[in-house]
Design a protein around this ligand. Sequence first.
Ligand SMILES: Nc1ncnc2c1ncn2[C@@H]1O[C@H](COP(=O)(O)OP(=O)(O)OP(=O)(O)O)[C@@H](O)[C@H]1O
Ligand SMILES: CC(C)(CO)[C@@H](O)C(=O)NCCC(=O)O
Length: 412
Amino acid sequence: MDLRHNEIEGNSEPTQSLGQTSHLALDIGGSLIKVVYFSISRDNCIDREQESSANDTLGFSNGNCKHPILQGRLHFAKFETSKINDCLEFISSKKLHLGGFQHHENPGKNKNFIKATGGGAYKFTELFKENLGIDLDKEDEMDCLVAGANFLLKAVHHEAYTYIDGQKEFVQIDQNDLYPYLLVNIGSGVSMIKVDGDGKFERVSGTNVGGGTFWGLGRLLTKCKSFDELLELSHQGNNRVIDMLVGDIYGGMDYSKIGLLSTTIASSFGKAVSDNKELEDYKPEDVARSLLRMISNNIGQISYLNALRFGLKRIFFGGFFIRGQPYTMDTISVAVHFWSKGEAKAMFLQHEGFLGALGAYVSYAKHSIDDLVCNQSMQLPVSASYTADPNYNPLNGDFNDNESIQCSVYAA
Ligand SMILES: Nc1ncnc2c1ncn2[C@@H]1O[C@H](COP(=O)(O)OP(=O)(O)OP(=O)(O)O)[C@@H](O)[C@H]1O
Ligand SMILES: CC(C)(CO)[C@@H](O)C(=O)NCCC(=O)O
């Protein structure tokens, strides 16, 4: 099993001691499976009638029924899609597929389905049925990405940030001034979505040169065994060894007439043409660096062009390609800033890789009370904040999968 998940088990309290687990949602992508689940402590249940001060707009409109507000945590985990058995084992060992809050007196009422999105929700339907006896209730991937992004931007404090000149700065999002924005999800491939409101969006573009390209080409070129190793390698490299710069072409000078500095990359990997070297003659770290720069730059540029098409000033980047990587974010930010002449802003999300899974999670709320009679029916958390690790400082960045968000849900 991937060590990362041991980390999660170590950092988060075991399901048993937390009390109950409810509402597991999955995003099964081309490269990674993302898992989001909610755990509650029964001790923390608050009777909603007693808690009349709760924000009613977030409650379930279900006549006069009493719904306890459940305090709990959203947990995050990820697995490589090629190791889907590890994911099945994880779900099974934590009993996440049992739908959690099964009343002992009426366990039969529990519905055995879980919300799932991404291509793998279709591809692996049978595998989940055979191994865990559950049906995957499929939600559209783009719907989920948008729902997940809107959820995070509205509910989670310290979610969006800019990354400029090595400085991470959180952006306070005004909920009344959120739309429109461009959402760029950099997964295996890249989707660019113009978001105009809750459930109001259009996928305006995409590119097949994405995270899968970086990892796939990088693996072939550097012989790295893991994505993290490739990222680590790219830290140590120097892209100027392989990239052809404007200065290489212009004898060390800027091409100022068209705004190009001598240090601007004129042609990614361009030096490899004339260097008369073989792959083995280059350091893998330099190759990794050039590759990361090439792909990030390209995505930044296409994103800007799409923002320009629709007059969008804010671009939020998500997807697990980013991984809170300074060099990746810096390259994307510089590309957006450069091409838009400072008009458009690149922003990143703390839970970058979990947009789809969170979107699938919040889609439970679309179901009727009757469908979820023994489960907790989820509404947007009243508030959410980082609480898993008292030492956790969002400014340190790189939220991966060993954190959880504290939140409240209303139970049916
Ligand atoms: N541990 C990892 N293993 C593999 N790839 C990783 C890892 N961490 C980050 N990545 C990067 O994240 C990308 C996958 O991102 P993400 O999970 O958002 O997309 P996906 O859902 O798998 O893809 P798609 O949406 O295109 O089906 C990979 O292509 C790779 O670039
Ligand atoms: C096919 C999906 C949507 C699967 O997540 C993604 O990998 C993607 O957006 N790829 C880019 C496809 C394109 O628009 O060229």
